[in-house]
Design a protein around this ligand. Sequence first.
Ligand SMILES: Nc1ncnc2c1ncn2[C@@H]1O[C@H](COP(=O)(O)OP(=O)(O)OP(=O)(O)O)[C@@H](O)[C@H]1O
Ligand SMILES: [Mg+2]
Length: 370
Amino acid sequence: MYIESIELENFRNYEKEKVSFHRKVNMILGENAQGKTNLLESIYLMSLGKSFRTPREKEMIKMGSEFCRVKTAYKENGGEKEILEIFISKEGKKGIKKNSLKIEKISQLLDNIYVVVFSPEDMKIVKEDPEKRRSFMDREMCQMKYSYMSSLYSYKKILAQRNAYLKERKIDEDIMEVWDEQLSEAGAVLISGREDFIKKIDEISRNLNYEITEGKEKLEIKYRPSIENSENKDDLKKNIMKTLKKNRQNDLFYGNTGKGPHKDDFDIYINENEAKKYGSQGQQRTAALSIKLAETKIIEKEKKEKPILLLDDVLSELDANRQKYLINSLWDMQLFITTTEISSDIKKTLPEGKEYTVENGKVLQKAGYI
Ligand SMILES: Nc1ncnc2c1ncn2[C@@H]1O[C@H](COP(=O)(O)OP(=O)(O)OP(=O)(O)O)[C@@H](O)[C@H]1O
Ligand SMILES: [Mg+2]
């Protein structure tokens, strides 16, 4: 699938701008703080209805404006042109339209545009705390399965209620029982979804990492659920319920829920060693890259549609060989690459595409192709 054009109104530092894109490579150049990442953020917004940078939607509205609007024309594999539009107001109102018809549910938005973003933030998947890995799993699973998104939403809501209640230090066992039951129901969807996802990521990213490093590095990814998983959903639910019950006194003491999918993690190994502790920076970056590329393959397989890949500022983090591998292995997806500069050597290896320069919220298209 590919995006033909995007129209921005009061979006971040863009007042009014319309840009047409190439169906292959879109190389977006510009100095710092000109609006490159903002442009990618607007594309991402069209796929999940939210930002990849902030949970606070109002930040996307241009300072001093009352609302922002993003409109895009895109085409699916062999399909007709479709139009999607998102409007966000300062009061927190949000409206979504597809081909001028109102979309009522976020689930109806999710199955339109598939986007994978790879930014310096994603490098943290390998080296930083479990929170980063959990949000990686959640973000990708939400894009792929609406049932996961709604379970995640319920899980978070009930967990917050349970924690607030625990802090009051007086428990009504019956109330706890109801919450634990609901937590187990939603939690089982999260654990089994993550297990399945990590299995796929493990297999695909291992092959990609092997190719990128020319056989030198073997990548392995293992899911570490905080509660024992089970093939059977009912058994898994029971496991969660049992764990929550067993830990109730402890939770009461700390005023917090100590176990559950909100404590999940996955381990990343390079040549049998834990990448977080022993991997070099280059190895960690390559591992993150392989994981992200694996994600594009999973989407392609499940949705029968190639996603759009946004590479925000990551080219400069990779050495020349890895940059070449990245670009050449992705030529059949629509790519958006932002960078402050590109070497002429890498430029020569790019497949056909267009080059843009972003300057203070304006996008200028360079004449001719790359
Ligand atoms: N809501 C907003 N209203 C107006 N301007 C904003 C808003 N949010 C961000 N900006 C501005 O947008 C500008 C560009 O941001 P962006 O992150 O897109 O830069 P960039 O071109 O990706 O730069 P870098 O190369 O440093 O990553 C910044 O100067 C920032 O202050
Ligand atoms: Mg940027």
